[in-house]
Design a protein around this ligand. Structure first.
Ligand SMILES: *Cc1c(COP(=O)(O)O)cnc(C)c1O
Length: 395
């Protein structure tokens, strides 16, 4: 049995990922022995005398189910602290709100559409401005640094173009300028990529995706070794109410127990589908880091332990109508936004997840009209293959 509060994590760190996924942060409920961490559906906690309590006062600030989840996520990222949020975007918001007006951010140009919207439409007007750069070129990143840059925001693999960004190289450059380095690790998960061990300061998760894994919750988290950042982020949760509810914390905790099993299947299905698409005459460029032809393949081998479940591809003729036909013809794949669940999803970034990025910007970064993004689930491979094969034959 594991008893892994963040404080005795050292003893736990030697254990394998699967053991930590199942046990870290949790212990049988002290009141009842319940093996699963209960859903503490309460807003407040009885105190013996003013200020004399058992560690929790009010659930906006902390809640036992959330505390267990935070211990689990911190452990999986190899971090000292985990802070859970009501959504991934709330975690990004809290991070950026911890900056000051006048601070400048350098972020990946090809990133989650909601992150782009938040930085552009919420923080730009508050005088925290962001430069978006293609981070597959480290020199382009350094060139974007100004004296005011305090945060480097990295997403890798990028969304939806599946570019690889060298976390270690960029962390080094950013630290030379005293910046904080944050990595959105949603696509890779801690099972495939450990940004803190590569030099990053903060790891952001949309646990809505692979960590939860079943498309049944919205939750975010930031993991860090920095006491100062942990304090700032907890202050934000407390002050702005970005707190996740106990039910969502419970579901995420249930999801992480099988993260390692699911990721193996996501990776294996995606790799085989990418090979099949790559050989298909109707298909143009296939973007999957596991393909040797991918420009980031060598980097993926270095900084990841698997290539993940996300694929994007263009059609041989870049025609939006043909892309929409494919979305219409699939049956096992579900047409939907989001990713990382056990079920396979298909979507069209230009009109769905990345519609908030202006058309001109989309063209500039190579997000073309026929680009299709797959979140490959854990179904039987043959059914996924046949489904795509059938849909591609219709165009
Ligand atoms: C979904 C997602 C987010 C935002 O997370 P929410 O939980 O939806 O708020 C951030 N980054 C990436 C890469 C995502 O896929």
């Amino acid at each position: 049995m594991s008893d892994s509060s963040p404080n005795d994590r050292a003893a736990d760190a030697a254990r394998g990922f699967g053991t930590r996924a199942v046990h870290a942060g949790q212990q049988p409920d002290p009141a009842t022995g319940a093996v699963m961490t209960p859903i503490y559906q309460t807003s407040t906690y009885a105190q013996e005398a003013p200020g004399d309590h058992k560690g929790h006062e009010y659930s906006r600030v902390s809640n036992p189910t959330r505390t267990a989840l935070e211990g689990n996520l911190a452990d999986l990222e190899g971090a000292e602290h985990g802070i859970a949020f009501s959504s991934g975007v709330a975690g990004i918001d809290a991070t950026v709100k911890s900056l000051r007006p006048g601070d400048h951010i350098v972020a990946t140009d090809d990133l989650y559409g909601g992150t782009y919207r938040l930085l552009r439409e919420v923080f730009d007007p508050l005088n925290i401005e962001t430069s978006f750069v293609d981070m597959s070129d480290p020199d382009a990143v350094t060139a974007a640094f100004t004296d005011a840059t305090t945060l480097l925001w990295v997403e890798t693999p990028t969304n939806p173009l599946m570019r690889l960004v060298d976390i270690e190289a960029l962390s080094e450059r950013a630290h030379d300028h005293d910046m904080t380095v944050a990595v959105d690790n949603t696509f890779a998960t801690p099972y495939l990529q450990q940004p803190l061990s590569l030099g990053a300061d903060l790891v952001l998760h949309s646990a809505t995706k692979y960590l939860g894994g079943h498309s049944d919750l919205i939750l975010g988290a930031v993991c860090t070794d920095s006491d100062e950042w942990a304090e700032k982020l907890r202050f934000q949760v407390k002050s702005t109410g970005a707190s996740p509810g106990p039910m969502d914390c419970f579901l995420t905790l249930r999801g992480t127990k099988t993260l390692h099993l699911r990721m193996e299947q996501h990776c294996s299905n995606a790799r085989r589908l990418a090979q099949m698409l790559n050989a298909h005459e109707t298909v143009g460029h296939v973007r999957y880091p596991g393909l040797p032809s991918h420009p980031g393949h060598a980097l993926a081998q270095k900084q990841m332990s698997g290539y993940g479940g996300m694929i994007s591809f263009e059609l041989a003729d870049d025609d939006m109508d043909k892309a929409l036909t494919i979305l219409d013809e699939v049956d096992v794949f579900t047409l939907a936004e989001s990713l990382g669940g056990v079920e396979s999803l298909i979507e069209h970034p230009a009109s769905m997840t990345h519609a908030s990025i202006p058309a001109e910007e989309r063209q500039k970064i190579g997000l073309t009209d026929s680009l299709i993004r797959l979140s490959v689930g854990v179904e039987s491979f043959d059914d996924l293959r046949d489904d795509l094969d059938h849909a591609l034959a219709q165009v």
